[in-house]
Design a protein around this ligand. Structure first.
Ligand SMILES: *[C@@H]1O[C@H](CO)[C@@H](O)[C@H](O)[C@H]1NC(C)=O
Ligand SMILES: *[C@@H]1O[C@H](CO)[C@@H](O)[C@H](O)[C@H]1NC(C)=O
Ligand SMILES: CC(=O)N[C@H]1CO[C@H](CO)[C@@H](O)[C@@H]1O
Length: 549
C-alpha cells in the first residue's frame, strides 16, 4: 500500500524529452521519461554546474599557498552537500596559524616504512617502480595529491563539531518520531499550500526547498565517509597518529555511541514529508560507505584502532542489521531492481558491506551476478549506455554510472571475477522508465567497460553538439579523463595515449576559454589531482583502496 502510494507520488514527476537515438536508431523519435533523481545525483548535478567556476579558482590559486583570503575555519563546508571537492580557499590556509604541527606536504622522510611495504606488496615492487619511474610526472603527481589530501585531512581533523543524526531539529523528525532514524529530504518538495498542516508536500520542479538545509543527515553521513577517507590517507602517507584517532572518534560518534548513533536503516532516505516512508532513491545515500571501510583498513595497525578492539565487531553488527533492513525493505528492493546507475551503486554498496562483514562467498556471487545484471545489460556494442542516455541528463549520468561500473569491476576483481572484459549478449530490451509510458525496444549488450569509457572520452574530446542524445545537463570532463587514464592502465590498448591527450586538450581548451586567455597547463583536476590515488588503487586491484570518485 505504502509502496503504491510512493510510486504514485513519483508518477507525477514527468518531463517530456524528445529522444532520438542517432547512433543506433532504435528508439522512436519522442517519448516521455520520468525524472526521478536522488540527493546524490542532485548534488552531483549541482557540482557540475559549478565546475567551470571552480576550476578557474583552482587555476588561479591552487599553487598559491599564501593567499590572504583564505579562511580555513569556514572554508570547509561551503561545498554544496559536504561532498564537492571543495572550495578552493580551503587549500590556501596559512597552516602555521593552527600551531598543531599537522603535516601539509609530502615528505619522503615521514613516509612510513610500513606504508611503503604495503604499496610494494599490494602493487608489486616491479609494477610500482615502473609506475613511479616511467612517467616523469609521477613524482610531482604524488606530491600534489598528498598535499591535497592533507588539506582535506587537516580540515577534517580540526573540525570539532558533532556529526550526528540527532542534531536535526525536533520539527524535522521522521514519521517514526525517532531522532536516531536517518532522514534526508527530497529536494524539490514544498509544503502543501492547500492543507492546514502543509502535508503532503508537493513538488516544485527545479526549485530546491531551503528546508532541506535544516536537516544535515545526508550531508554529515557523506562527510563522515569523506573525512575518514582523507584522514586515513593522511595517516598512510605521513604516519601522523592523530588522523587515526579522529577516524575512530567519528565512526563511533556516527554509528555506535548511545547518544549520537544512527539506527541501521535508510527508511527515511529521500523522504517527502507527509508520506510514511522514504523513497527507493534514498538507498543511494549510503553508497560511499566503501570509503570508510577503506579508511578502517588503512589504519588497521594504528594504536588508535588497537585501543578499541570492540569497534569493528560493533560496527559489523550495525551493518549486519542494516543489510537485514535492505533485504526486507520494498524500497531497497526497488533500488536493487533498478537497471541504471541506481542498480549499479546498489551493488557497489552491498558488496562493500559484505566484504566488511567477511561474507566473501556472497560478495563473489554478487559480483558474478553483476556480469549480466549490471555490466552486460548496460553497455551497448558502440559503448553507449542506453539506460542512462534515455534520461534527460544523458552525458552526465553516463559518466556517473560508468564510475560506478568501474568501482564494481575493481571490487569484483578482488573476488576473482572479471567484469572488465565482460560483454553481455546483444539483445533487445523493453525499456520503460516508470512503468507508465509506452515501452520501447532498445538494443543493449555487446560492449565492455573499455568501450563505454572510450565512447565517453571520444565524445568528450569533441564539440558538445556532437553528442547524439538530448542532454539537459553538463559534462564532467575531469571525471572522464580520470576514467580514461584508469582504463589505459587496465586495458593497455594502443588508442589510449592519443585519446587521453585529445581529451586533455579539450579540457584545457574549456578551462582556457573560461579564463579568457590561453593556458598551456590548464588541465587541472578538481579534487585529488591527476587521479594519482585512484590509479594506485586500480594498480593494487582494490587491495589498497578504491577511487573515491
Ligand atoms: C565542521 O563541519 C560542520 C558540518 O559540516 C560544519 O558546519 C562546520 O562549519 C565545520 N567546522 C569547521 C571549523 O570547519
Ligand atoms: C569559498 O568559501 C568562502 C567562505 O565560505 C566564500 O566566501 C567564497 O565565496 C567561496 N569561494 C568559492 C569559489 O566557492
Ligand atoms: C578566484 C579567486 O579566488 N582568486 C583569488 C586568488 O588569490 C588572489 C590573492 O592571492 C585573490 O586576489 C583572488 O581573488
Amino acid at each position: 500500500m505504502v509502496v503504491v502510494f510512493g510510486l504514485c507520488i513519483l508518477c507525477i514527476i514527468f518531463t517530456f524529452t524528445p529522444y532520438t537515438d542517432v547512433a543506433m536508431d532504435q528508439l522512436p523519435s519522442s517519448w516521455h521519461s520520468k525524472t526521478s533523481i536522488s540527493l546524490e545525483e542532485e548534488a552531483i548535478l549541482e557540482e557540475t554546474a559549478k565546475e567551470r567556476a571552480k576550476s578557474r579558482t583552482h587555476l588561479e590559486n591552487s599553487s598559491d599557498d599564501t593567499s590572504p583570503n583564505s579562511n580555513p575555519s569556514t572554508g570547509t563546508t561551503s561545498d554544496n552537500m559536504g561532498e564537492s571537492d571543495g572550495n578552493a580557499s580551503q587549500g590556501l590556509a596559512d597552516e602555521d596559524e593552527f600551531h598543531d604541527g599537522l603535516p601539509t606536504t609530502f615528505d619522503e622522510a615521514l613516509f612510513p616504512e610500513s606504508s611503503q611495504e604495503i604499496l610494494r606488496a599490494r602493487i608489486g615492487a616491479k609494477a610500482l617502480d615502473s609506475y613511479m619511474n616511467d612517467d616523469p610526472t609521477a613524482i610531482d603527481a604524488r606530491a600534489e595529491s598528498v598535499a591535497y589530501i592533507l588539506r582535506q585531512a587537516n580540515t577534517a581533523y580540526r573540525n570539532d563539531t558533532v556529526y550526528s543524526v540527532v542534531i536535526k531539529p525536533k520539527s524535522k523528525r521522521p514519521p517514526s518520531g525517532d531522532i536516531h532514524d536517518y532522514t534526508s529530504l527530497a529536494r524539490y518538495y514544498w509544503k502543501n499550500p492547500d492543507t492546514k498542516d502543509g502535508l503532503p508536500y508537493v513538488r516544485h520542479d527545479g526549485k530546491a526547498n531551503p528546508d532541506m538545509e535544516s536537516v544535515w543527515d545526508y550531508r554529515l553521513l557523506r562527510k563522515v565517509f569523506r573525512d575518514c577517507y582523507y584522514m586515513a590517507h593522511g595517516y598512510f602517507w605521513t604516519g601522523e597518529a592523530r588522523y587515526a584517532e579522529k577516524i575512530v572518534y567519528r565512526v563511533k560518534e556516527w554509528f555506535l555511541d548511545e547518544a549520537t548513533h544512527m539506527n541501521p536503516n535508510l527508511k527515511y532516505g529521500s523522504l517527502i514529508f507527509g508520506t510514511e516512508m522514504g523513497r527507493a532513491e534514498g538507498v543511494l545515500d549510503m553508497f560511499k560507505v566503501f570509503a570508510m571501510f577503506d579508511a578502517l583498513k588503512m589504519i588497521e595497525g594504528s594504536a588508535a584502532m588497537q585501543a578499541e578492539p570492540q569497534m569493528i565487531p560493533d560496527l559489523q553488527r550495525w551493518f549486519t542489521s542494516y543489510l537485514e533492513w535492505i533485504d526486507a525493505s520494498p524500497e531497497a528492493t526497488q533500488e536493487r531492481n533498478a537497471h541504471n546507475n541506481h542498480g549499479t551503486y546498489f551493488t557497489v554498496q552491498y558488496i562493500s558491506i559484505l566484504e566488511f562483514l567477511g561474507r566473501n562467498e556472497e560478495a563473489t556471487a554478487m559480483a558474478e551476478d553483476a556480469k549480466d545484471r549490471r555490466v552486460g545489460s548496460q553497455i551497448r556494442r558502440d559503448g553507449a549506455q542506453p539506460h542512462e542516455t534515455i534520461r534527460p541528463v544523458s552525458y552526465f549520468y553516463s559518466t556517473f554510472n560508468l564510475q560506478g561500473l568501474m568501482l564494481l569491476s575493481m571490487q569484483a576483481e578482488s573476488h576473482g571475477v572479471d567484469l572488465w572484459n565482460h560483454k553481455g549478449p546483444i539483445e533487445f530490451k523493453t525499456m520503460r522508465l516508470n512503468g507508465l509510458q509506452k515501452p520501447v525496444d532498445v538494443e543493449v549488450g555487446g560492449g565492455t567497460i573499455e568501450d563505454a569509457v572510450r565512447y565517453l572520452a571520444d565524445y568528450g574530446s569533441r564539440d558538445i553538439s556532437e553528442w547524439p542524445y538530448p542532454d539537459a545537463g553538463g559534462r564532467s570532463l575531469k571525471d572522464v579523463l580520470k576514467m580514461a587514464r584508469a582504463a589505459s592502465l587496465i586495458y593497455k590498448s594502443d588508442f589510449w595515449p592519443e585519446l587521453i591527450e585529445r581529451l586533455g586538450d579539450k579540457l584545457g581548451e574549456i578551462v582556457a576559454q573560461d579564463e579568457g586567455e590561453s593556458e598551456s597547463d590548464a588541465v587541472v583536476e578538481d579534487g585529488e589531482p591527476n587521479g594519482f590515488l585512484c590509479e594506485l588503487g586500480f594498480l593494487s586491484k582494490a587491495s589498497l583502496w578504491h577511487c573515491y570518485r
